[in-house]
Design a protein around this ligand. Structure first.
Ligand SMILES: C[S@@+](CC[C@H](N)C(=O)[O-])C[C@H]1O[C@@H](n2cnc3c(N)ncnc32)[C@H](O)[C@@H]1O
Ligand SMILES: [Zn+2]
Ligand SMILES: [Zn+2]
Ligand SMILES: [Zn+2]
Ligand SMILES: [Zn+2]
Length: 431
């Protein structure tokens, strides 16, 4: 017969199994244990003094056990595990019932509380860091759901970063000479030369048509206009206060702290710009981990670069997918006019009320035309499976726009159930 020995001064994890002949210093304990196991202890009614003594001993042992536990690093799950491992010994079970279980629940509540406080403090620090990076429009971090803290392997950046072997030029060749670009919108470089006469933004700097998909050229450093020109929108950066909040069923998400008018620029999809080959390589790894952070920049069908927001990104890293999204994505050129390297900008596809979650369609490549959207809605009425096919088709037929994440890391992905909750839900994140 061997006994599991918890050594004084050593944590419970260091307990070892020892043969009976080696147990020389604890005869009393051994006798009591044997009596208990054989049920002898129940043959005679113990005296009040014995009960009190045994209760004190048990209490001491329980406290000794609790002493071994480092509550600072203990998760509630680990605490349960330690107790369960220890309390499989029958001798302690009755003690457990009387003493540990009530205190166990208190301990768990207590350790949860202290863990909660620690995590809330970490989230607050993270919030301070994020706001120091981008003080213009505030970011609030909110977790009222679970004990998840800031993501560890994620670096928050406000501008895209070139990946291995990628360089991002910053040298526009043509600027405008307007005194008021909107007044002169039909001759301004922003609309006249690059956008083939299509005016990129309204006087308020909003998309005139949220269903259009042509890439937008903004005024740049060679233009004579000032920083408030309505054709400088994405380059001015995020204007709306947003919250990164813990959703009940989809991890982190983003919601707006303010009402956002339709067509307004909300946030750039920032990440590491990688070559398409590199994206394909990373895509295989991300698929295995069911991660969806890659976006192709496929202007003419064949993407040359992709944006990977997994390890480096801004608040867009936390945007969830919806089959009825309220954001739409457009390619935008500001200083870098390499046609393969547009910025990815997310705009409000509809007026978004304060507090609403912001979402985009992971499969959608850029804004779809009104005609395509109508077609998609018709298809959706025919049935969810048909609708997902139609969406995938749309994603591939839209030219001069952003490739959906699907084309890189949707393919090998185990089908992930979509929890967007919209009436038009296609049921899976990727087809
Ligand atoms: C770009 S991340 C979005 C942020 C993420 N929720 C987080 O906590 O970091 C994409 C991941 O979020 C989850 N997700 C996003 N949209 C979802 C949806 N509609 N249904 C289910 N899961 C979703 C999936 O786990 C997906 O791989
Ligand atoms: Zn101009
Ligand atoms: Zn201008
Ligand atoms: Zn200009
Ligand atoms: Zn859905």
């Amino acid at each position: 017969m061997r006994y599991l020995i918890k050594w004084r001064g050593w944590p419970i994890e260091c307990a070892t199994w020892e043969p009976e002949p080696d147990l020389t210093n604890c005869q009393e304990l051994l006798k009591e244990y044997k009596n208990f196991i054989s049920g002898k202890s129940r043959k005679r009614r113990p005296t009040a003094a014995e009960v009190a003594e045994s209760s004190e001993r048990s209490k001491a042992r329980v406290l000794q056990l609790l002493d071994c536990i480092n509550f600072d690093d203990l998760t509630p799950e680990r605490f349960e595990q330690v107790l369960a491992e220890t309390l499989t010994k029958r001798a302690l079970q009755s003690v457990a019932k009387r003493r540990i279980l009530p205190s166990q629940s208190r301990m768990i509540a207590g350790s949860k509380r202290s863990l909660g406080i620690k995590i809330q403090a970490e989230l607050k620090n993270w919030e301070l860091l994020l706001n120091a990076n981008e003080p213009r429009a505030k970011i609030v971090i909110e977790n009222k759901v679970d004990l998840e803290g800031p993501p560890l392997a994620f670096t928050y950046v406000t501008k895209r970063v070139p990946g291995p072997g990628v360089s991002i030029p910053d040298d526009p060749v043509l600027g405008c000479t307007c005194t008021d670009c909107y007044e002169e919108r039909h001759s301004c470089v922003a609309s006249h030369v690059h956008n083939e006469g299509r005016v990129p933004y309204t006087r308020q700097g909003r998309l005139p048509n949220v269903h259009a998909s042509f890439p937008i050229h903004e005024c740049n450093s060679l233009c004579k206009c000032g920083p408030d020109c309505p054709f400088r929108v994405v380059q001015r950066g995020r204007q709306f206060g947003l919250a990164i909040y813990r959703t009940k069923n989809r991890g982190w998400g983003v919601r707006t702290l303010q009402r956002i008018p339709r067509g307004s620029f909300v946030v750039e999809y920032v990440g590491e710009v990688v070559t398409f080959e590199e994206a394909e390589r990373r895509g295989l790894e991300y698929d295995r981990q069911a991660q969806t952070y890659l976006f192709d920049l496929d202007l003419d069908g064949e993407p040359v670069y992709s944006v990977d927001a997994r390890d480096y990104g801004n608040i867009a890293h936390f945007l969830n997918h919806s089959c009825s999204p309220n954001l739409t994505i457009r390619c935008v050129y500001t200083q870098c006019i390499d046609k393969d390297l547009p910025l990815l900008a997310l705009f409000a596809a509809e007026p978004i009320p304060k507090g609403a979650e912001l979402t985009f369609d992971y499969q959608m490549s850029g804004a779809i035309s009104a005609e395509q959207q109508q077609q998609q809605q018709q298809q959706q009425q025919l049935g969810a499976d048909d609708a997902s096919e139609s969406a995938a088709e749309n994603a591939s037929v839209v030219s001069s726009s952003v490739g959906g994440a699907s084309s890189v890391n949707g393919g090998g992905l185990a089908r992930m159930r979509c929890l967007c909750g919209s009436a038009n839900c296609r049921r899976f994140l990727f087809d």
